[in-house]
Design a protein around this ligand. Structure first.
Ligand SMILES: Cc1cc2nc3c(=O)[nH]c(=O)nc-3n(C[C@H](O)[C@H](O)[C@H](O)COP(=O)(O)OP(=O)(O)OC[C@H]3O[C@@H](n4cnc5c(N)ncnc54)[C@H](O)[C@@H]3O)c2cc1C
Length: 469
């Protein structure tokens, strides 16, 4: 096919569940490509001489190679080209904000729509599963060193995956009853079905990884004892960022105020929560959007999002914003809460101020500025602030591990080793709330460092690791 013919193919859409049906349940909304559509979309790739898509992928997947296999019908080879670098392709192909990562760097996207790299990756994984192909990498013979991994999110899963395949015995300790971290208790099932996460844990267990749930390091066992008494030679701390940041407003303690990740966690763990009819969500990221869409699915009728900038600045992915608007959530742009008013101890309304955009920083992001005298009220049965999260430090209680002013772990950017040599850290606990792909990448870097550490080798020699922010 000539480049001109490839350029003439429009970006292929994948089917989605109808709005009326999907807002009543948690079924997966986005459906994948069929074989014919996937090959057609793969034919849009120009196989650039200097592809930039790989740079845009935090995991550095070999995108041109897997697309070339796909369009020639070599689906198994295509899958393994991804698996070479990614421990969680079924997850990343569904939840990565592709437009800011690989697709955002796709050269075709400079003039028109980028190649739908995420959907092509998803096609290959789903094809392997539905055709019952082997997805597992052979396990290595056991070695005598043991590694403890604290937290079962994508960073911990990836470290366990790589170390287990080197033969090291890994135990993942997880404080919650379910495994997967924010993949399981943050991202709702309509974006990431739980059987996908569970399949990854089955495969880890098949490779000898021990998984322990309902066990909080720092509470049920001090981290120091993992090393001194339980025989672990190294520890990877991948505890994520699960503590909600507060708005700091009067009325935030009223009944009816629940913070975003706390609400999603409770729903994901099976609690039936009725927020009432009118819900106001504060924030503009993925968490705010998932809260709003979840509230609709649990019976709320009028769901508002308050965001202090405009749509252009929203950090959430475009696909999520599109789905949100389709489902009927109203976004009140350039508005910020100033006080939560209650009646009889319960939330009744939220007082807001109008904002305008002021000075912009070097990246073009503009500062929201209050318009004086613009206060207005929104009636609400529930308010859900979803503005950010910070790291919970139960795990390192009584240990002197150096932290940043943000409360994340200070690590060597090349090795992810903390100020305590036997402790490594990665994912959101180092980066702050970020993305699954960045957690996967850091999990892989940490596994390489821990292996060198266990072998008594220089952790830095010959390594050139990309630092993520
Ligand atoms: C609502 C929501 C939507 C998101 N949407 C997206 C998206 O669309 N795309 C994307 O790429 N990213 C998304 N993210 C972000 C992504 O989920 C995280 O960046 C990623 O999960 C971080 O991985 P992690 O392994 O560092 O930590 P986590 O996934 O947070 O896992 C940490 C785990 O450690 C456990 N833990 C904590 N302390 C202890 C302890 N002391 N002992 C034992 N266990 C402990 C926690 O219970 C948790 O299970 C979203 C996040 C949220 C909250």
């Amino acid at each position: 096919m000539k480049p001109k013919e490839r350029l003439a193919i429009p970006r292929q859409k994948a089917p989605e569940l109808a709005v009326d049906y999907r807002i009543k349940n948690f079924d997966e909304v986005a459906l994948g490509y069929d074989e014919k559509t996937a090959i057609l979309e793969a034919n849009r790739c120009l196989q650039c001489k200097k592809p930039t898509c790989r740079e845009g992928c935090p995991i550095h997947n070999n995108i041109p190679v897997f697309i070339e296999h796909l369009r020639n019908g070599r689906f198994v080879e295509g899958y393994w080209a991804i698996r070479d670098t990614s421990s969680l392709p079924a997850v990343c192909s569904r939840v990565c904000p592709h437009e800011f990562q690989c697709e955002g760097s796709c050269i075709r996207g400079k003039k028109g729509d980028p190649v739908a790299i995420g959907l092509l990756e998803r096609f290959l994984v789903d094809w392997m599963v539905s055709n019952k192909k082997n997805l597992a990498v052979p396990c290595a013979l056991p070695k005598d060193k043991k590694v403890a991994i604290i937290g079962s999110g994508p960073a911990g899963m990836t470290t366990a995956y790589h170390l287990a395949h080197e033969g090291y015995h890994c135990t993942i300790f997880e404080s919650l009853p379910v495994f997967g971290g924010m993949l399981a208790v943050g991202i709702p099932p309509y974006r990431l079905p739980r059987d996908i996460i569970n399949a990854e844990f089955d495969s880890l267990k098949n490779c000898g990884v021990t998984v322990v749930n309902n066990f909080t390091i720092g509470k049920d066992l001090p981290m120091q004892q993992l090393k001194d008494e339980k025989g672990f030679d190294a520890v990877f701390v991948s505890v994520g960022a699960h503590n909600s940041r507060k708005l700091g407003l009067e009325g935030e303690d009223l009944e009816g105020v629940t913070h975003g990740v706390d609400y999603l966690r409770r729903v994901c763990l099976g609690e039936k929560i009725n927020l009432g009819s009118k819900v106001v969500v504060v924030g503009g990221g993925n968490v705010a959007i998932d809260v709003a869409r979840t509230a609709l699915r649990t019976g709320s009728k009028d769901v508002f999002i308050l965001y202090r900038r405009t749509k252009k600045e929203m950090p959430a992915s475009l696909a999520e914003i599109h789905h949100l608007e389709e489902e009927g959530v109203h976004i009140e742009f350039l508005a910020s809460p100033v006080k939560i008013h209650g009646e009889n101890g319960r939330v009744a309304r939220v007082e807001c101020q109008r904002m305008t955009l002021g000075d912009c920083d070097a990246s073009g992001r503009c500062r929201p500025v209050v318009i004086e005298g613009s206060n207005f009220m929104i009636e609400a049965d529930a308010i859900i602030p979803a503005i950010s999260q910070k790291v919970d430090h139960t795990a390192d209680r009584n240990l002197k591990v150096e932290l940043t002013s943000w409360g994340t772990y200070v690590v060597d950017p090349l090795t992810l080793q903390t100020s305590v040599p036997w402790i490594f850290s990665g994912g959101d606990s180092v980066l702050g709330p970020q993305t699954a792909a960045k957690a996967v990448y850091q999990g892989k870097v940490a596994a390489e460092s821990i292996k060198l550490y266990l072998e008594g080798k220089d952790l830095k020699e010959g390594r050139n690791v990309r630092i993520l922010s």
